[in-house]
Design a protein around this ligand. Structure first.
Ligand code: HEC
Length: 161
């Protein structure tokens, strides 16, 4: 076989697999859409349990020095072992394969308005695991720790002009 014909054969074979892959992706995406819809109706028991409207709940406590200091104390007692001294997710009790998001990352602010953060801490989650604090902390203490956790965030970098 000439070199040219061999090249063509290879191109044709590659195109064939490409088309098969596209068809397969399409076939797979149809049931995937179905699954995404059902999972919306049936919440994943392993994930965060965030009630509707939580993103609109504001912290009822003012961000005072006293609330921040109380929040810091609670963080050191109940969170630091996993989230790390600085909140970077490098505490000794963390599963290195399932490291939590860096609490100091300002980009995580949008995903964690006050109320959402409150319920993440209050209810915890099963996998990757974060223990619920509802057995350990009062609601007031949880809002204090929300204040402290938010205060650990780095400021967003200034926009380039
Ligand atoms: C046993 C370890 C453990 C402890 C203790 C723990 N966490 Fe977590 N936390 C995790 C893990 C794991 C995740 C990431 C879950 C995921 O992947 O979604 C997480 C996620 C979070 C998030 C969400 C971060 C984001 O960007 O979405 C917040 C906020 C948080 N933790 C705060 C706290 C606070 C505050 C405490 C203490 C009151 C605490 N955690 C205690 C393991 C822990």
């Amino acid at each position: 076989m000439s070199r040219e014909r061999r090249t063509w054969k290879r191109i044709a074979a590659a195109a064939g697999t490409g088309m098969m892959a596209a068809a397969l992706a399409l076939a797979l995406s149809i049931p995937a859409i179905g699954l995404a819809q059902t999972s919306k109706r049936k919440p994943n028991p392993l994930a965060w349990q965030i009630p509707d409207g939580a993103e609109k709940e504001a912290n009822p406590l003012p961000q005072t020095t006293a609330n921040l200091a109380a929040g810091k104390k609670l963080y050191v007692e109940h969170c630091e072992n996993c989230h790390g001294v600085e909140g970077k997710g490098d505490g000794p009790d963390i599963d290195p394969k399932n490291k939590p998001d860096d609490l100091t990352n300002p980009k995580r602010a949008r995903a964690n308005p006050d109320g959402v953060m409150f319920y993440k801490i209050w209810h915890g989650r099963k996998k990757p695991e974060m223990p619920p604090m509802s057995d350990t902390l009062t609601k007031e203490q949880t809002w204090q720790v929300v204040h402290f956790t938010k205060a650990m965030r780095r400021p967003l970098p200034a926009k380039k002009k």
